[in-house]
Design a protein. Structure first.
Length: 374
């Protein structure tokens, strides 16, 4: 299609031709209807291994944004600039309430480019003190029939120090959340130390923190959600925080698999430790109602099957706490309506991950326009 427009000549500049192909590809993409991603791009991407195509997409976007004028062009295509979208939550000013959830840009390699697609904020991580490879491959699976993903990545990341070096280049351009966890080899009894290390290293470079104790892919991590260890962990980080000249918001990311009793404990813990908010929810270990053949793969499930449950958790927390703390809603947002439902249920902000993969950057724009009533 677009290759017919390009005459490849032997000029000895491979990078030039790569960029030229990328330019024509994106010109066709951005000048056609909004479902172009779903009709052409996604079917192509979904022919390949999910993890490999993720890294390919990162490389691809990085090259695209280096093309002169492309950054502004994409911003005009997807970013919705309107003062009415601005939100002030836990003392921070968000240019719009649609963010990118943790797990997509684990190592803070592409936060500026992703922000250029219209996100109001980007959450990096989950980061651990030491680099770790994560779980053995294959560890990422598409469930196309269910519009979902199962992952058992296991906090694969290059370590907090490497991420900090990249975040030094931000200069306040992008509002960044830092999602922190513990290394797999660290026993739960010493988990607090890992969170402290990440907190101290990231503090000058992120706008808020997220304590991740809810991933199902690190052995025994979810045991830290129990009342006593969680209270201890949050109190420790809170104490470190208040000793800083300008403390930063600390949020807790919780699982959708908690019972009502456990959610009431979460409310009590948030109010007791005086952290600033909750992210609801992480991935689920439930497999109810799935149709895809690889539905029994172990790991955390994200995407459409999580839509209703994550909204229920948001509503429960908001109602039972009398909206005493902000909630970031994430889980199964595949349409503007899904996002509006979470905001109506009590979320102050929302985040995308799997919906972004299935629907493309148009989803960001659709949500912001729906909030504006367009």
């Amino acid at each position: 299609m677009f290759f017919s427009k390009i005459r490849i000549q032997k000029v000895g500049n491979k990078d030039f031709h790569i960029r030229l192909c990328l330019f024509y590809f994106w010109r066709i993409f951005v000048q056609t209807k909004s479902n172009m991603y779903k009709q052409l791009i996604r079917p192509f991407l979904f022919k390949f291994d999910p993890e490999k195509i993720h890294y390919f997409t990162f490389s691809f976007l990085r090259k695209v944004f280096k093309i002169p004028g492309m950054s502004g062009f994409l911003k005009s295509k997807y970013a919705v600039e309107d003062k009415r979208l601005e939100r002030e939550v836990f003392g921070l000013k968000f240019k719009n309430p649609v963010g990118l959830a943790a797990g997509f840009d684990k190592d803070a390699k592409l936060y500026k480019e992703l922000s250029g697609l219209g996100f109001g904020f980007v959450e990096i991580g989950t980061l651990t003190p030491k680099p770790q490879h994560g779980n053995p491959k294959k560890r990422l699976f598409r469930l196309k029939e269910d519009q979902a993903i199962i992952n058992r990545m296991g906090f694969n990341n290059e370590g907090v120090v490497a991420a900090v070096e990249r975040l030094k280049k931000n200069n306040g351009e992008v509002l960044i959340g830092g999602n922190i966890g513990k290394n797999k080899v660290t026993p739960n009894e010493k988990a607090v130390e890992d969170y402290q290390i990440c907190f101290e290293a990231l503090f000058p470079y992120v706008d808020y923190f997220v304590v991740n104790v809810s991933s199902p892919n690190t052995p025994n991590l979810r045991a830290l959600q129990d009342k006593e260890p969680l209270t201890n962990l949050l109190n420790t980080l809170k104490q470190l925080n208040i000793e800083k000249p300008q403390p930063k918001p600390i949020l807790l990311k919780i699982a959708p698999d908690l019972t009502d009793s456990q959610l009431l404990d979460i409310i009590e813990i948030v109010q007791t430790t005086k952290i600033e908010g909750v992210i609801a929810t992480n991935t689920t270990i439930s497999r109810d109602g799935l149709q895809s053949e690889n539905k029994e793969e172990t790991g955390g499930l994200s995407g459409k099957p999580l839509t209703a449950r994550s909204t229920e958790v948001i509503q429960f927390l908001a109602e039972k706490s009398n909206r005493s703390f902000p909630i970031i809603g994430v889980g199964g947002i595949h349409s503007a309506k899904d996002a509006l439902d979470k905001l109506e249920a009590g979320a102050s902000l929302v985040q995308l991950y799997t919906g972004f993969i299935y629907e493309g950057p148009q989803l960001i724009k659709d949500i912001n326009q729906a909030i504006l009533g367009k």
